[in-house]
Design a protein around this ligand. Structure first.
Ligand SMILES: NCc1[nH]cc(CCC(=O)O)c1CC(=O)O
Length: 304
């Protein structure tokens, strides 16, 4: 019986909130279990002057946490599932995916009520190619500017006047107490989030069966089914953060509805697909195939 559990986490305020949330839920489920946090810095957090794509992609937010688990310095790690690469490192599993929070994106501005209210040529901050493509599609005139850093840093840059508006995830704003800053929700079916946006996942070693048993109580089956469909679609498109891919799945009357989108951050072209199915993996692959049939291949080949 494991009497203690050390959870590795990034040090950003959002990562710490999410990990504290997981720790509190585990303490409630397992009275007597000694749960502690192991805050670590990752290259993804430290290198802010280059794009994630240029320094190695999403995996950079996980690497240091995985090294800690390999060295037995931590038993598990908490992640935003949208930051977890489609292919996990060998030897690791995700025994728990928590019930999804708000999956929508948020339009945040101190002066404007929504995308359509922005004046011609307004400056909008986001480094996400997925968000850029959807903004371009709706407003080709906007000036899209890079914006990296944690949620608090991004809000500070907006307040400093660097941008007329920025786009962030609703879930992150809500978790950090910034719900009131959401001017407009950007949501399905018009606007799609990143695959697995709003879902928190816990990662541990495949060989740590006692740890997996402790974590599994937090797994939410409906969320797992939806995010598996979204991630399967992204994987089938060779998804990485280099291409603007968006996906959102919902369960309705027992069936899975998956909406997918591939876009171009350069010219705002968007290709969409909307498919119903029952098995997450199959539905994800089928939606990817429909996107490719509709011309997504050409967009996926574009640089940036
Ligand atoms: N890319 C960073 C990131 N990873 C997860 C979230 C928000 C929380 C979530 O989606 O679960 C954010 C911030 C954002 O996109 O605004």
């Amino acid at each position: 019986m494991t009497a203690s559990l050390r959870i590795a986490t990034r040090k950003s305020p959002l990562a710490l909130w999410q990990t504290e949330h997981v720790a509190a839920r585990l303490r409630a489920e397992h009275p007597g279990l000694d749960v502690s946090l192991v805050p670590l810095s990752t290259r993804g957090d430290e290198v802010l002057d280059r794009s994630l794509a240029a320094i190695g992609g999403k995996g950079l937010f996980l690497k240091e946490l995985e090294v800690a688990m390999q060295r037995h310095g931590a038993d598990c790690a908490v992640h935003s599932l949208k930051d977890v690469p489609m292919e996990l490192e060998p030897g690791f599993v995700l025994p728990a995916i928590l019930a999804r929070a708000d999956a929508a994106d948020a339009f945040v501005s101190n002066r404007f009520e929504g995308i359509d209210a922005l004046p011609p040529g307004a400056r909008v901050g986001t480094s996400s190619l997925r968000r850029q493509a959807q903004l371009r599609a709706r407003r080709p005139d906007l000036q899209l500017l890079d914006l990296r850093g944690n949620v608090n840093t991004r809000l500070a840059k907006l307040d400093a006047g660097d941008y007329d508006a920025i786009v962030l995830a609703c879930a992150g704003l809500q978790r950090l107490g910034f719900e009131a800053r959401i001017r407009a929700r950007l949501e399905a079916p018009d606007w799609l989030p990143a695959p697995a946006q709003g879902a928190i996942a816990i990662e541990c070693r495949r060989d740590a069966s006692a740890v997996q048993a402790l974590l599994r109580v937090l797994d939410d089956a409906p969320t797992r089914r939806c995010v598996e469909a979204e991630r399967a679609m992204n994987r089938a498109l060779h998804g990485s953060c280099h291409v603007p891919v968006a996906a959102f799945a919902r369960e309705r009357e027992g069936r899975l509805h998956l909406q997918g989108l591939v876009g171009s951050a350069v010219d705002g072209r968007l290709v969409r697909a909307d498919v119903v199915g029952d098995e997450a993996e199959v539905l994800g692959r089928e939606t990817a195939r429909r996107l490719l049939d509709a011309g997504a291949g050409e967009l996926l080949d574009l640089p940036g």
